[in-house]
Design a protein around this ligand. Sequence first.
Ligand code: ATP
Ligand code: MG
Length: 587
Amino acid sequence: MRMSTLFVRTLREDPSDAEVPSHRLLVRAGYIRRAAPGIYTWLPLGLKVLAKVERVIREEMDAIGAQEVSFPALLPREPYEATNRWTEYGDGIFRLKDRKDADYLLGPTHEEMFTLLVKDMYSSYKDLPLSLYQVQTKYRDEARPRAGLLRGREFIMKDSYSFDIDDAGLEASYQAHRDAYVRIFDRLGFDYVIVKATAGAMGGSKSEEFLANAAVGEDTYVRCTKCDYAANVEAVEVRAPAPVSYDGVPAAHAEDTPDTPTIETLVDHLNAAFPREDRPWAAGDTLKNVVVVLKHPDGTREPLAIGLPGDREVDQKRLEGQLEPIEVEAMGEAEFARHPALVKGYIGPAALGEEGASGIRYLLDPRVAEGTRWVTGADEAGRHVIDLVAGRDFTGDGTIEAAEVRDGDACPNCDDGTLESARGIEMGHVFQLGRKYAEALDLKVLDENGKLVTVTMGSYGVGVSRAVAAIAEDTLDEIGLCWPREIAPADVHVVAAGKDQAVFDAAEALVAELLSAGVDVIYDDRAGKISPGVKFKDAELLGVPTIVTVGRGVADGVIEVKDRRTGEKQELALTGAADAIRTIVGL
Ligand code: ATP
Ligand code: MG
């Protein structure tokens, strides 16, 4: 790769649409170019990095015996209809029609196609277990494409699927994939965590995510300060308090609570006018009832009420995580007005639930457990009900994990730990799908006794293009990209710094030697007006881990080698330099 001819134009200015450093630098250093929102073109340098990431992934997938196939991205509607995902994906997929008016989609993920392929080819338990994978372009019409490759609308995913005859087989396939992912992300040089995840739209049961630690990440996860519990906040299951006795709690009574527009003023008023016998009222003793609208994939809208302690907000991502593929919206004024039983600011359990005055489905936070005592709206302006006991005075239609998770919350897994949160980028996801897809598409094989049994499946994804951006994000510094060796676009970046022909001759000879020694080189051979300063800046921006300067020192038989990450420099004798460099780059 000669800089004089390499298809690259480095930019000094940040692209105006780039929100995160990796996106800015990948564009500025000439790795990718935007084609449309969330859709990118790979330039030669970008493709090199991408190919190296793919190689690591393929090696580790092959090592667990998974076999590579490649599906089309353009897929027929029918299989996705059979699993209902044609509808469930809502606005999230690209749909199109052919000339005969038949429906197609651009694949967002391929569970259906893999299931059908195996059904087509296999029929016996003797054929299993089986793991198949592909590295392929996926399409999702993301609501908020963001941060360049991190959330694209066209992106590259490695997806694999395992097929087993029974649960023990699935467990083993899942574990093999999980182990392979650990090796992949270790090799790619990520700082990552493995967290418990919700299964989301995929259905199924056990599920974990691999998150790259990154402040720019869209996922929030929590970790216990004492035990090894780690979970995406979407998957945190609050431990419900054990049922408490409400003997001696007075009967519920509605009271005037004038001038209490906020929970704080309400709590002050309660402590002044209706003090508790055991301790003061606190914000967490108020029961807040929030009404939202569920937007089903088929477009229908359904109100839902959520009852939670007044000191917590509803976390929309957690709520949507529970309800996927349903989307959640705030209830507008007009929609609210259609439910006369709801009194803004004073909504109480009496108005809610399938038996309640509004008939709106009412789900409770697990903290609103049997026997807990609350203050809540009396369904009349300016009034609250006091000493309302869950289980005695009201019940919900079920529970839901929708309340925000906060730093310092009790760990759901151990007795004395608390949770602390951090941000991450989802790099990989392993799920036990179970029999959902096999049932929907009728994938059965004959077992040892000649009986037809439904196959159980796992689904495992790695964001390949996302990994390029996430690694860039994790390793870059103020002056540019700074690739880990395993995926850098080249091993060394040789800069010919000077005007003398002797410099160019020496650089040229060194590059030839490096190439024949199997070292990948970017060679800045640009002559003419390009100053050494510009070349160094470009080398730093491009981020190859070792930068070799062939300059004035050539007259004395020396060149300089710099470590891009640490900035450490060393001089090398020109004679024998290729061997020394080969050792430095670890070949
Ligand atoms: P997210 O929660 O970030 O939207 P997801 O859970 O929908 O991701 P999966 O269906 O689990 O994603 O896909 C497997 C992997 O594909 C993810 O772990 C992620 O690394 C990658 N991925 C998903 N969506 C995108 C996207 N829009 N752009 C780039 N990579 C993506
Ligand atoms: Mg996922």
